[in-house]
Design a protein around this ligand. Structure first.
Ligand code: ADP
Ligand code: MG
Length: 347
C-alpha cells in the first residue's frame, strides 16, 4: 500500500532496521521461509504432506489490554501466547507469525523493543519465526494484529464440531486463575512487574499476563486421534463449552466438584470473599484446552498425558442436544449452565 497520511510505511517511520534487528531475536525453526522479512511478501516451502492452519487475532488497547495493567513486554507476550493457543487448540505445530501494529503517538523505540521482546518469548519457546507484518501510525490507541501459521498432517486437525453423546469432557490445568489475576490488576494504578510479586498474586497475575499455550497437549490429542472436539478456553468454561456444544450439536453435563481449581486461586478468592467457581466457570482467558474424548480412549489418553507434566481433569460428559448444557452442584442438584462470559459486541 502506498504511504499516505493514514498509512505510513515502515521505512518512512524509520523502523525497518529496528524490525530487522528484532526479527533476529526470533527463532529460525518451524518452516523456513525461502523469502522472509524485507520483501513484499514471505514465501514458505512446505514439506509434503502438510496442511497449513492459519488464525488471526486483533488486539486493541482499552478493549483487549490496558497500558495501566500491562507493560509493553506483557502486551507482546500475551499477544503471541493467545495466537499460539489457537494453533494448540487445532492440534497443530505453530511455525510462523506476522505482526501488524498501529502505533499511537509518543511510543518510543524502547516501547517497541519491549513489545517485540515480549512477543519473541513464547514464539522462541515453540520455534516460531517472525516472517513479516505491517506498521502504521495510529491517531489514538495501540493496535496489534497477529496472523499465525501452523502445520499439521492432513486430516489430523481438531475442530469444535466432532463431540458425540457419551464422550468425556476434559480440561487441562486449572480454571479461573487468569480472572483472579485480572481482579488484582484492576486495583493497581500502574503495571506491576510479575517477578516482584508474592504468592498467591504472582501465580495468578502470571496466569493472566503470560498464559502458556498448550501446544504439546494439542499435538498429543491430534496425533493419537484421542479428541473428538477441542477448543481453547478464552471466553470462560461456560461460554466455550456452549461454543463446542453448539458446533457439535450436543448437550453436556459437568460436575461442579470436578472443576480443577488452583490452591492459589482458592486462597485469593477466600481473601476477596468471592466464590472461586464464578471465576472458574465464567472468568475467561485461561487458555487451557477444553476437549472431548470417546470413553474407549480414556485409559490410553490418561497414560499418554503423563509425559506432558500438565494435569488434565474429566469434568463431565457429552449428552444429547435436547438436555442442553447443565451443571451438577455439590448438593447433587442439576441446573442449566448459562454462558456469562464477556463478549465484545454484546450490549
Ligand atoms: P509495504 O509497504 O509493502 O507494506 P513495509 O515497509 O511496510 O512494506 O514492510 C517491509 C517489510 O517489513 C515487509 O517484509 C514486512 O512484512 C515487514 N514488516 C513491516 N512491519 C512489520 C512489523 N511490524 N513486524 C514485522 N515485520 C514487519
Ligand atoms: Mg507495510
Amino acid at each position: 500500500m502506498p504511504p499516505s497520511r493514514r498509512q505510513a510505511s515502515l521505512s518512512q517511520l524509520g523502523e525497518f532496521q529496528l524490525i530487522q534487528s528484532i526479527s533476529r531475536g526470533f527463532s529460525r525453526g518451524g518452516i523456513r521461509p525461502t523469502v522472509g522479512i524485507g520483501d513484499d511478501a514471505a514465501v514458505l516451502e512446505l514439506p509434503s504432506p502438510t496442511q497449513i492452519v492459519i488464525s488471526t487475532d486483533l488486539m486493541i488497547e482499552h478493549i483487549h489490554f490496558n497500558r495501566t495493567t500491562s507493560t509493553f513486554y506483557d502486551i507482546g507476550y500475551k499477544a503471541a501466547a493467545v495466537n499460539l493457543s489457537d494453533i494448540a487448540a487445532m492440534g497443530a505445530t505453530p511455525t510462523s507469525i506476522l505482526v501488524a501494529i498501529a502505533l499511537p503517538p509518543h511510543l518510543n523505540h524502547q516501547d517497541w523493543k519491549e513489545l517485540y521482546r515480549g512477543l519473541a518469548v513464547p514464539c522462541k519457546a515453540q520455534k516460531v519465526q517472525l516472517i513479516g507484518g505491517d506498521t502504521s501510525s495510529s491517531p489514538s490507541v495501540l493496535f496489534i494484529a497477529i496472523t499465525i501459521l501452523g502445520r499439521i498432517k492432513p486430516g489430523q486437525s481438531l475442530t469444535r464440531s466432532g463431540a458425540k453423546a457419551g464422550d468425556i469432557i476434559y480440561v487441562s490445568g486449572t480454571l479461573g486463575d487468569s480472572a483472579a489475576g485480572l481482579e488484582y490488576l484492576h486495583h493497581q494504578k500502574h503495571p506491576v512487574k510479575v517477578s516482584t510479586l508474592l504468592q498467591p498474586i504472582k501465580f495468578l497475575v502470571r496466569r493472566h499476563l503470560q498464559p502458556t499455550p498448550r501446544i504439546g497437549l494439542g499435538q498429543m490429542l491430534s496425533t493419537h486421534g484421542f479428541a473428538s472436539a477441542a477448543l481453547d478456553l478464552s471466553d470462560g468454561l461456560s461460554g466455550d463449552l456452549t461454543h463446542l456444544c453448539r458446533q457439535s450439536r450436543v448437550g453436556a453435563l459437568i460436575h461442579h466438584s470436578h472443576i480443577p481449581l488452583s490452591t492459589h486461586m482458592v486462597t485469593y478468592a477466600a481473601q476477596k470473599n468471592m466464590p472461586p467457581l464464578t471465576w472458574a466457570l465464567h472468568g475467561g482467558e485461561d487458555y487451557e484446552l477444553l476437549f472431548t474424548v470417546p470413553p474407549t480412549y480414556r485409559r490410553r489418553l490418561e497414560q499418554a498425558v503423563k509425559t506432558l507434566r500438565l494435569p488434565i481433569t474429566a469434568i463431565g460428559v457429552v449428552q444429547p442436544r435436547r438436555v442442553g448444557i447443565r451443571i451438577e452442584d455439590s448438593d447433587g442438584s442439576i441446573h442449566p449452565l448459562l454462558p456469562r462470559s464477556y463478549e465484545h459486541f454484546s450490549t
